[in-house]
Design a protein around this ligand. Structure first.
Ligand SMILES: NC(=O)c1ccc[n+]([C@@H]2O[C@H](COP(=O)([O-])OP(=O)(O)OC[C@H]3O[C@@H](n4cnc5c(N)ncnc54)[C@H](OP(=O)(O)O)[C@@H]3O)[C@@H](O)[C@H]2O)c1
Length: 310
């Protein structure tokens, strides 16, 4: 059956209440080596499903179709994307490569998923907003999914905005906007980044504790939820607050330096903002605040450092 509109897709979900109970097969792009993709594979497997890391590149239409025909997945997950190494600035000098994956490739996958009547969960970014007059810092007024992105000053962010605008035309797509992901794994993520930084910008942000949120990505996929979601814990924490909590729960000897105002004045703008978690909270009212979720993660990091479980 070929889907024509959102209503048809919603009806399909409504009348398939047992869908999430049956073991299913998921094809995960970015699941071979990607940080988030590998975590998702483990979570799907722990939930009793089969999750396979896709071998195809996002831009290679025919190999993706061939892979789908061989594996016959029930749904697709996209955790592949160019983030830039060592950071997003790489994208400024590698625009074609960034476009090929983040726009052309991602859209290609959504289109193939649509043609094969497959749900696609796309891991995207919340780094497309910056505080403005209507959403000042510490106001508690977060950007909602309905508000147009207002930060396209980095090429990375601009590709994610382009992609989001296009991909949301597909009724089979769930787009999850991850912002500053954090996890107990200290090789990656925002706490790792802050604790290793020479100097820290002190600004509040929305954050995504992966340990809390990725299981929701699995659940949303199983429920075939579609549309656009800010994928963050409710509330904000400043970078200094994060490090104060790190000092309190993990390393009492930890110290850090902030940039001076003169240094900040010379820096390029970054997408720092509060995103509203209200839409996600409607689905998952128990979602813990960012402070609560971060403290849980920090306690686990402390326990890992001592070599014991909590
Ligand atoms: N990590 C963050 O701070 C963060 C924050 C917000 C949003 N996100 C978004 O979340 C998604 C996953 O991020 P991540 O942190 O897991 O990134 P990651 O660790 O860099 O993983 C991304 C994976 O995508 C693969 N990839 C890149 N281009 C591809 C292509 N054309 N076809 C197939 N695979 C391709 C890469 O494989 P190769 O190395 O083989 O190319 C890599 O393994 C990205 O879209 C990112 O924008 C991440």
């Amino acid at each position: 059956m070929f889907m024509h509109n959102k209503l048809l897709f919603a009806l399909l979900i409504l009348f398939s209440p047992s869908l999430s109970a049956q073991p299913q097969t998921f094809l995960v792009f970015g699941g071979t080596q990607g940080w988030i993709g590998q975590k998702l594979i483990v979570l799907f497997q722990q939930a009793g499903h089969t999750a396979i890391a896709a071998k195809s590149r996002l831009e290679n239409r025919q190999t993706i179709i061939d892979e789908i025909n061989v594996i016959k997945p029930d749904a697709l997950i996209n955790a592949a994307g160019i983030t830039g190494r060592p950071n997003n600035d790489w994208c400024e000098t590698h625009k074609q490569e960034t476009l090929r994956t983040n726009v052309i490739g991602t859209l290609n996958l959504a289109d193939i998923a649509y043609q094969h009547n497959l749900h696609l969960t796309n891991m995207s970014t919340g780094g497309i907003y910056i505080y403005d007059e209507q959403h000042p810092m510490w106001s508690g007024i977060g950007f909602t999914e309905e508000e147009a992105p207002n930060f396209d000053e980095s090429f990375y962010s601009s590709t994610k905005i382009m992609m989001e605008k296009l991909i949301l035309n597909y009724p089979n797509v769930l787009n999850l906007r991850v912002q500053f992901p954090i996890s107990t794994d200290m090789n990656n993520g925002f706490v790792a980044r802050l604790t290793k930084a020479e100097k820290v910008v002190n600004i509040p942000n929305s954050l995504c504790v992966l340990d809390e949120l990725l299981p929701l990505a699995v659940d949303m996929t199983l429920r075939r939820i579609t549309g656009n979601y800010n994928f963050v814990n409710p509330g904000v924490l400043s970078h200094n607050q994060i490090l104060e909590l790190y000092k309190e729960y993990v390393d009492p000897t930890f110290t850090w330096k902030n940039f001076t105002q003169e240094e900040l004045d010379l820096m390029i703008r970054r997408p720092n903002a509060e995103l509203s978690a209200a839409k996600l909270l409607n689905l998952y009212p128990e979602l813990p605040s960012i402070k609560e979720a971060l403290i849980n993660v920090l306690k686990q990091i402390a326990a890992q450092n001592l070599g014991k479980d909590i």
